[in-house]
Design a protein. Structure first.
Lengths: 374, 392
């Protein structure tokens, strides 16, 4: 399924690392956070480098390939604490459009994603998963030949910074779930924006009779299967991002342990701390291995994907919290400062642990769904 | 020792808090919102109207001569009632050092203002290169005539931005062991050459600072006790603290608040109706009871005049880790609603989107990561037990 060879993967990995080191520095990031946005210039760079085309079908201008091929970029999002909407655009956005959209919508939207012209946010539920409640209702206006959305959506990651939102709503009459493409600044959209724990922008939206053209509704056929599939991919993507964040934290912490001295010795001389950092490395590595296995299973369209995706989230959430918390602990006082990066990684890992379902949610999925290991 | 020991006194404290604790302050505490300096001072002065703020001080110095047990019970009840943290730097740390090792002039000058909360103290101990290894501190105090001249830097100084005075451990000798060259000074925060710089913490609320000493001239009269004996006084201060370190009442208050947060999470009592979630909380509730029992055990030993061993460090280990675990459960509740951190919502009466009280829960979690680091990290505490307690 992978269209990218092993050598190309290695090259890509190096290219991504170089990008993070050269272009996405701490100061630029702080600036973007202060301004409450992500980097449009950075998004353009991702497009120019071809990264946004990986995983998009060739038929729609992409490079082809699957989730396995997108892992490097998703890990980079964690490694560099990127602010850009990679998962919501490439995994959820492209995923829902590919599975639910009609031919015209796919021809129109997917190439735009690949070329960097279209970023997408996902307005579903506050923690991303599950079917939406009746908080947002859609009604069909036969006279005007369009839909109207009324109600609220909460905790929409990236707020209004994206070009389009994919919004789930329930049909006012029959309660079925529909998916609409809506511009963040469409008439009648009232936003309250604030920040996630890791400073990313998030918003609540009040929809006051927002008009949506018929063509902007993704074909709602076979919604359930498509939805589960996309949420599984999102779970794996989030876990991949956690891996990157954990890897960066472990590197930072290990470096600190080799340099920081107390009692005339480096922190790394103390066996308790040696064992701790080893456990942190193990946590990152096992998550990474599981993510790779899950992505491969996803690309082969196995029936076990729900199970594996849930396991990814469970393992990643626990590992991420452990690595984040212990990194602060090992750094001591300096880990508690906003200036040092460890705290920022902890916060991102906490968010990733909760977004698209926390460990408890996914444990419940594993526990309540019949699976082959029972 | 019975759980209900000093029950009469407990009820007095509860009644006092119910009657006297201003509702606005209580609300801030329960919601983990930042407390203003005025709030702390108002409350401390109210406690002192009953003579309780300095209750554990000897009668000779204006206190009520309480036993350790009574002080523990008092603080336990205060935590449960949702009162602000009793700021320890003056009344629990430097005050006892002054009345135990200071001279009459220092006692007369400093003790009354500590009891009345008219003077705010902060603690100048840690340095950038002296964290766990505090004895290696290098802020220098050079004796010149009838002054000491201080040069160096202190860090992680809690609430220095509000302080009138700072007690400082500084090096007066580089001969022999590092511990034998440290002296204990009382320094006015307004002394020329002393600068305070705030440190932004991961919880984004102001409390940590750096304090710089640039030729700060301190009269000899501000040295406590003898030169080069400062480490002894610091150890004395720490030993007082250990028995009170568990903060059992705080864990109990946090668990109560956790249930309230969970009740708001959906229909039919939300998470509170979820047995799996309740199991997780039940586990912590059992541990809190064990911690309470441990405290009473150690207090019993102390009350009988027996030596409290080095294992008492376990109170700090367990107490800090427990409060972190409760805070993590609260964070999980918030996480199910979108893990936001709305700093504005930490101000009373301000808008909060989504789950009410979420911002406070996030703040408590982030702030709480320090509890296993400060006051002697939990790694150091375990070392102490292993070496001094178990002979390893």
């Amino acid at each position: 399924m992978s269209v990218i060879s092993a050598e190309e993967h290695e090259f890509f990995e190096r290219e991504v690392s170089r990008f993070l080191a050269d272009s996405y520095d701490v100061n630029r990031r702080r600036e973007l956070i202060k301004e409450g946005r992500f980097g449009n210039a950075e998004w353009k760079t991702f497009a120019d480098l071809g990264w946004l085309n990986i995983g998009l079908p060739e038929k729609y201008g992409g490079l082809g390939g699957g989730l396995s091929d997108q892992l490097t970029m998703l890990r980079a999002a964690g490694k560099g604490l990127l602010l850009e909407p990679l998962t919501s655009t490439l995994i959820v956005g492209a995923g829902l459009i590919s599975l639910l959209g009609n031919e015209q919508q796919k021809n129109d939207l997917l190439p735009q994603i690949g070329s960097g012209e279209l970023t997408i946010g996902f307005a579903n539920t506050p923690n991303g998963v599950g079917e939406p409640d009746s908080g947002l209702l859609s009604s069909w206006n036969a006279d005007k030949g369009c839909f109207t959305l009324s109600g609220t959506k909460r905790a929409v990651l990236h707020g209004k910074n994206v070009d389009q939102l994919l919004v789930t709503a329930r049909d006012e009459l029959d309660g079925t779930v529909q998916v609409f493409l809506v511009a963040p600044c469409a008439k009648g959209m009232e936003w309250h924006t604030y920040r996630m724990i890791d400073d990313q922008v998030v918003g609540d939206i009040d929809f006051h009779m927002v008009t949506v053209a018929q063509e902007a509704r993704l074909n709602a056929k076979s919604f359930d299967a498509a939805f589960s599939k996309v949420l599984a991919a999102a779970a794996i993507a989030i876990a991949a991002e956690s891996v990157g964040a954990m890897e960066s934290l472990n590197e930072m912490t290990l470096e600190y342990m080799k340099v920081r001295k107390q009692f005339g010795k480096t922190l790394g001389s103390f066996q308790v701390l040696q064992h701790r950092i080893v456990d942190m490395m193990i946590a990152a590595k096992k998550t990474h291995a599981l993510v790779k296995m899950a992505a491969s299973t996803f690309d082969h369209e196995s029936s076990e994907i729900g199970h594996l995706a849930a396991a990814c989230k469970v393992v990643a959430a626990k590992a991420g919290r452990f690595v984040g918390e212990q990194s602060i602990q090992i750094h001591g006082g300096i880990g508690m400062t906003d200036e040092y990066m460890a705290g920022h990684y902890l916060k991102r890992l906490l968010l990733l642990g909760a977004h698209f379902g926390d460990a408890d949610y996914h444990l419940r999925q594993i526990a309540t769904t019949e699976h082959s290991t029972e | 020792m019975d759980r209900n020991i000093l029950q009469g006194f407990r009820e007095q404290v509860r009644e006092f808090c119910a009657e006297k604790l201003p509702a606005s302050i209580k609300s801030k505490v329960l919601n983990n919102q930042p407390i203003a300096k005025d709030d702390y001072v108002v409350w401390q002065k109210l406690l002192q109207t009953a003579g309780w703020f300095g209750g554990h001080w000897p009668i000779a110095h204006g206190g009520k001569g309480w036993s350790r047990l009574q002080q523990w019970v008092f603080e336990d009840e205060l935590y449960r009632a949702g009162t602000p943290w009793v700021i320890p730097f003056g009344v629990t740390y430097v005050g006892p050092v002054i009345y135990t090792f200071g001279n009459d002039e220092q006692k007369a000058k400093y003790l009354p203002a500590i009891l009345s909360s008219d003077v705010w103290w902060c603690q100048g101990y840690s340095e950038p290169n002296a964290g766990s290894d505090l004895a290696s501190l290098s802020t220098r105090a050079q004796r010149i005539g009838d002054q000491y001249v201080l040069n160096g830097q202190k860090t992680w100084t809690t609430m220095a931005q509000w302080a009138d005075m700072i007690f400082v451990l500084a090096r007066t000798s580089s001969e022999g062991k590092p511990q034998d060259g440290i002296s204990f000074f009382l320094v006015d925060m307004n002394t020329p050459g002393l600068t305070v710089r705030p440190i932004e913490s991961i919880d984004r609320c102001p409390h940590l600072n750096e304090v710089f000493f640039d030729d700060v001239r301190v009269p000899v009269s501000q040295l406590v006790g003898q030169e080069n004996k400062g480490w002894t006084y610091a150890k004395f201060l720490l030993s007082n603290e250990r028995l009170l370190a568990a903060e059992v009442g705080k864990s109990q208050r946090m668990i109560k608040h956790l249930y309230e947060l969970a009740r708001m999470t959906g229909t039919n009592g939300g998470l509170c109706s979820d047995p799996i979630w309740r199991y997780k909380v039940a586990e912590l509730e059992a541990e809190v009871l064990a911690l309470e029992a441990l405290c009473l055990d150690f207090l019993d030993t102390e009350a009988k005049g027996q030596k409290v061993g080095a294992e008492v460090s376990l109170l700090k280990i367990l107490g800090s880790e427990l409060t972190q675990q409760v805070a993590a459960l609260a964070l999980d509740v918030v996480g199910q609603h979108g893990l936001s951190y709305q700093l504005d919502a930490l101000t009373q009466g301000a808008d909060e989107y989504g789950l009410q009280g979420a911002a406070g829960a996030v703040r408590e979690y982030l702030h709480g990561r320090a509890t296993t680091i400060y006051g002697g990290s939990n790694e150091i505490q375990r070392n102490i037990i292993a070496k001094a307690g178990m002979g390893l």
